[in-house]
Write a protein that binds this ligand. Structure first.
Ligand code: SF4
Length: 275
């Protein structure tokens, strides 16, 4: 633990050691790479840090910090350390964010593994008091099979919080307050394309199975709806054919375009000449 600083006034000899600090900075940065003196900062009794501008293009706003010190009753000032530190206007990388806070829906790619935390609040212990061999029994036999039928037998299941979060997400995308639902002629609850689901969420949600609907394959609120509702707009029946207007059983000769000089062209009683 460092000793408390008795004075905030910089030690005179240490504060005057600007050339010593500049030489130390140039020793690290290279000649001509260190800019003007920016000031001093008291670090402790007889310990002072000198700041110099950094001339590296990649480190805009950074400063060379050279800490100098001297022993009690000694006049010799020595260099303690030389480092490049960011200034108030430095361009810095964003703070590191843990991956579990960075992860967004859709980030999981093919072959990726997404570990679930031991204490994930979306999950709670499931019914696990099942002998693994019982769980393999055919459906309808033994406690394991009953647990499987009920969807139990899993180490963890959705907690009330997990259920709530899922319901909120689904409601946001395909819920009763969406513009699509507001403009829909009827709701999913009465649509023939709705596939019902079990469990507590089945009271409020189902899966849309209309390939032409925007929610096809998604969980939809029973209050959602769209123009593809199975009963909202039934296609009109084809009108019956009208009776034929042509009578094919009586032949009615019609003169259309008689050729000039043909028999049809001759007036009644007129004889045609021979060439
Ligand atoms: S077709 Fe439309 S109304 Fe029917 S279940 Fe799908 S989203 Fe709901």
């Amino acid at each position: 633990m460092s000793a408390p600083i008795r004075s905030r006034t910089p030690d005179r000899l240490c504060a005057e050691a600007v050339d010593l600090a500049l030489a130390a900075a140039e020793d690290v940065a290279g000649p001509g790479r260190v800019g003007g003196h920016l000031g001093v900062q008291v670090e402790g009794d007889r310990v002072v840090t000198h700041f110099f501008a950094c001339r590296e293009d990649a480190y805009q706003g950074w400063r060379w910090a050279v800490t100098v010190a001297r022993a009690p009753r000694a006049k010799l000032v020595t260099v303690d350390e030389t480092v490049l530190v960011p200034g108030p206007d430095s361009l810095l990388a964003p703070s590191w964010v843990p991956w579990e806070d960075r992860l967004r829906p859709g980030d999981l790619g093919v072959g990726d593994l997404l570990p679930t935390k031991e204490d994930d609040e979306r999950l709670e212990p499931g019914y696990t008091d099942v002998d693994p061999e019982d769980a393999e029994e055919p459906v309808g036999f033994g406690p394991g099979a009953v647990a499987q039928q009920l969807g139990l037998g899993r180490p963890r299941v959705l907690s009330p919080l997990g259920l709530d979060l899922a319901a909120d997400r689904w409601e946001e995308h395909f819920g009763v307050r969406t513009a699509m639902a507001q403009a829909a002629p009827a709701h999913c609850v009465s649509c023939g394309f709705l596939v019902k689901i079990g469990g507590p969420l089945g009271q409020a949600f189902g899966v849309c199975a209309n390939e032409y609907a925007p929610a096809d394959g998604h969980m939809v609120s029973l209050g959602f709806g769209c123009g593809g509702h199975s009963e909202a707009a039934v296609m009109p029946a084809v009108p019956p054919m009208s009776a034929p207007v042509v009578d094919d059983y009586e032949i009615e000769p019609v003169r259309v375009h008689p050729e000039a000089g043909s028999v049809d062209d001759a007036e009644p009683g007129e004889e045609l000449g021979h060439s």
